[in-house]
Design a protein around this ligand. Structure first.
Ligand code: CS2
Length: 489
């Protein structure tokens, strides 16, 4: 395997056209992307590559890892930023090489280079996939969390920022001082109203340092919202093997993904953007209906499947959805509890959307690990499940299945499956949430509902919710598989 050469720009000539698309100019960097994980590489980077092939433009990407992951930077840079996307679907495997990624930086090591780019006039978009926790927000107010360790650091050293609000504020301040038009800030995370949420986090951070700058950000910087969708698991050796046999080059950092992709973008880019609409992105005035539908239908049921699976022992989503009672539960949850809360345009067929999701979950080629989705529950549960529960309770409607999902998360926090197998709790609030989780259901709910960062007080104090949560925990404690079946019975 290692006797084959590694992917690099000079190797491209020997690849077939179908792996590359038409001739390639060498674009300058026009996008800095914070959070260069697999998702970005299989989503925005692919759309951007194709948009440049269709319509040109200097929209090369500089990807930044904010966690100091020099290993990732070096692996990608050793391949001149090239990598392959390995699409896995019922029809088989398709490998494409992506060239849009021109440079990779690792913070905090490459801060000087990052700022050189962030103040460069040709950089007109800074996009982000930093996951919910990267926004450093106080979820109760939406403002930046002033007690967050990274934020405290950045406020004390505003010229050496490491957090998203810190980096964006410093860069925007430098552009304002230099008279350079601001870049557009494009959140691509699964957050409700992601553009507005990011704007509030950044502006409230800036306000602590400089009122005028905060006002300038408020009035001059565009933060369009987006809905992003593609299921992108972590890389395994199977993708390295698939890339090698398709390309005849060694790729250390390929990305697996499903064939499906969707991107709905609020069209507000004062400094310009790639022609994403030419390659399937939907540019709209209002992203909200799409975003809420995706968060509640897809991400909500993903989390439900993940926590019930961690307890029941299903390690991938296709395995979980292949268990008939679990499929029935998720189907009913979408049809009866989630879909009625959605306010979508008449052209949006919610039931067809549900069926398409179930088909995507059943993709046996993808091997999307439930443990990957189970990460960061404290950040994911509120927009994915609690918002739906609140909407239904306000309308006096039942919340049975949604509550079962939240209960599964709480029981999951005990750190072991029903058969005793232990797993790690990967969550920024793990220390607080998973230390000594009470065994008594009443006590468990009492303790967890007092976590205000997760459960808004109106919800936490609601009798019906409390009661149903206790009941659901009791059921699940007798075994997740049984709970799934009893609940449906
Ligand atoms: C998943 C998402 O890991 C998770 O929490 O629910 O990453 C999901 O696969 C994507 O949002 C799909 O677009």
């Amino acid at each position: 395997m290692t006797d084959r050469p590694s992917l690099c720009r000079s190797a491209l000539d020997s690849l077939n056209d179908h792996m590359l698309g038409p001739a390639w100019r060498d674009p300058r960097i026009g996008i800095v992307h914070l959070g260069i994980g697999n998702f970005h590489r299989a989503h925005e980077a692919v759309y951007t590559e194709e948009a440049m092939l269709a319509a040109g433009g200097d929209w090369g990407i500089c990807g930044v890892t904010l966690q100091g992951d020099v290993g990732k930077r070096d692996a990608l840079m050793a391949q001149d930023g090239l990598y392959s996307v390995v699409e896995r679907g019922p029809e088989g495997v398709r490998v494409t090489v992506i060239r849009a990624l021109k440079e990779v930086l690792a913070m905090p090591h490459d801060r000087a280079r990052l700022f050189e780019l962030l103040v460069d006039e040709n950089v007109r978009i800074v996009s982000l996939t930093v996951t919910e926790k990267g926004y450093c927000r106080d979820t109760r107010t939406g403002d930046v969390d002033l007690s967050h360790e990274g934020i405290t650091h950045d406020l004390a050293h505003p010229d050496k920022p490491s957090t998203v609000p810190g980096i964006l504020t410093a860069a925007l301040g430098q552009r304002r001082d230099a008279g350079t038009p601001p870049f557009t800030v494009l959140s691509c995370d699964n957050l409700s109203h992601n553009g507005a949420a990011l704007k509030q986090a950044v502006a409230s951070y800036a306000r602590v340092l400089d009122e005028e700058l905060a006002d300038w950000i408020d009035s001059h910087v565009a933060f369009p919202s987006t809905m992003v969708d593609r299921i992108v698991p972590s890389t395994t050796d199977a993708e390295r093997d698939a890339a090698l046999s398709a390309l005849n080059f060694h790729d250390a950092v390929p990305v697996p993904c499903e064939p499906f992709r969707q991107w709905v973008i609020e069209d507000r880019f004062p400094a310009g953007r790639p022609a994403w609409e030419r390659v399937g992105a939907q540019l709209v005035d209002d992203v909200m209906p799409f975003e809420v539908a995706k968060l509640r239908m897809l991400n909500g049921t993903h989390s439900t499947l993940a926590y019930l699976s961690m307890l029941a022992g299903f390690s991938t989503i296709d395995e979980a959805i292949g268990h008939p009672p679990l499929r029935t539960l998720v189907h009913a949850m979408m049809t009866e509890e989630i879909a009625p809360t959605l306010d979508v345009p008449p052209s949006f067929d919610v039931l067809a959307y549900r069926d398409a999701l179930l088909a995507r979950y059943a993709n046996t080629a993808l091997k999307h690990r439930t443990a990957q989705i189970a990460m960061d529950g404290s950040q994911k549960i509120p927009p994915r499940l609690l918002a739906t529960i609140e909407a239904r309770m306000n309308a006096g409607q039942s919340i049975e299945r949604l509550t079962l999902a939240v209960a599964a998360w709480l029981v999951f926090l005990r750190g072991h499956a029903d058969d005793g197998t232990r797993y790690e709790i990967n969550d920024p609030m793990a220390a607080r949430l998973s230390a000594d989780v009470p065994t008594d259901p009443e006590q468990l709910i009492e303790t967890m509902l007092s976590v205000k960062e997760v459960f808004p007080p109106e919800l936490a104090n609601h009798d019906v919710f409390r009661r149903q949560l206790v009941q659901a925990v009791r059921l699940i404690q007798h075994g997740a598989l049984q709970a799934i079946a009893i609940e449906r019975g």
